[in-house]
Design a protein around this ligand. Structure first.
Ligand code: GLU
Length: 304
């Protein structure tokens, strides 16, 4: 029997004294205010037992991790029709690159890069009655937690500086791959990225991807085939242009965000979220990746 709490304690003891923690993202000015010393891990196993260390209960900006959740809702509404508008291949490029988009006629490589997530945001704006409210209540329902909310300051900060996302959305619009007006779609996208959640809340919401589509309350949000596809996308596209390195070091499907969060899971075994705001050169949390590498190495549990 693996003792997850002991394993997390060991990892925390080993890593929490490290001072080289990468760089906190500053391109969204509001994110630069975060204390780079924060570090937390929360793990939930297949029986719903939880294990925590450090700042696992403190909410932070989940940023790109939200792309998995918007994709999940859009996929459950639109099914395979979604793939007419967005691909499923890793990009091998940074998250905000535009060159491929032009080369590939406005069909983003995958739904986890910015351009792809903006197309998904457009799908949700078309499909939901009150997009921002409905998306938030979807997340609150999955986690049974009404304290989860957007951070209007972060959303505004990103809107004021999101020139590349405006460029991507306009390019997509010019190819006919955005139905709604660019302003409305980006307003939704900036809000979804501004969601504030703790490691514990993140592990709880991603529990369904390790539990065959069923949330902690046993309600089904996705069927098993949809879970397979989303986990595959997380594995191949969830870590910017470092998905190969993450698979090599950690060996789990997951998703990171520039707020320093990472969530990863092993189907039918556990779901884990880490938070340390300092990022490596590729934009993934430096300490978070180290912690997850240690977790899968110490426990021998990975998809490989
Ligand atoms: N909202 C961020 C952006 O669009 C998300 C970046 C990320 O976490 O990768 O730039």
């Amino acid at each position: 029997m693996i003792n997850f709490q002991e394993t997390l304690d060991e990892i925390y003891a080993d890593l929490s004294s490290i001072t080289t923690r990468g760089t906190v993202a500053t391109y969204i000015p509001e994110l630069a205010c975060v204390n780079g010393d924060k570090f937390g891990i929360h793990l939930i196993d297949a029986n719903g037992m939880s294990y925590s260390v450090g700042d696992a209960d403190e909410a932070f900006s989940i940023q790109s991790i939200s792309k998995v959740l918007s994709l999940t809702l859009a996929f459950s509404i639109r099914g395979d029709k979604l793939w007419q508008r967005v691909g499923v291949e890793p990009s091998g490029d940074p998250f905000n690159h535009l060159s491929l988009l032009e080369m590939e006629n406005g069909i983003p490589r995958n739904p986890l890069i910015n351009a792809g997530a903006i197309v998904i945001a457009d799908v949700l704006v078309s499909q939901l009655k009150k997009p921002k409210e409905d998306f938030l209540s979807y997340i609150q329902k999955i986690t049974n937690d009404e304290t989860i909310d957007y951070d209007p300051k972060v959303a505004k900060s990103e809107k004021d500086t999101g020139f590349r996302n405006y460029a991507a959305a306009n390019l997509l619009k010019s190819y006919g791959n955005i139905e709604n007006d660019v302003e409305t779609v980006l307003d939704f996208y900036f809000h979804q990225c501004s969601l504030r959640m703790s490691c514990k809340q993140l592990a709880n919401v991603f529990y369904m991807f390790m539990n065959r589509g069923k949330c902690l309350m046993n309600n089904e949000y996705l069927n098993i085939n949809h879970v397979k596809r989303i986990n595959a996308l997380m594995l191949s596209c969830g870590f910017y242009d470092e998905a190969g390195e993450f698979a090599f070091e950690v060996g789990l499907p997951g998703k990171s965000g520039v707020g320093g969060g990472i969530v990863a899971l092993l189907p039918n075994k556990f779901c884990v979220a880490t938070w340390s705001p300092g990022l490596n050169a590729k934009g993934n949390s430096l300490l978070g990746m180290k912690a997850l590498e240690q977790l899968t190495t110490k426990t021998g549990l990975s998809i490989f």
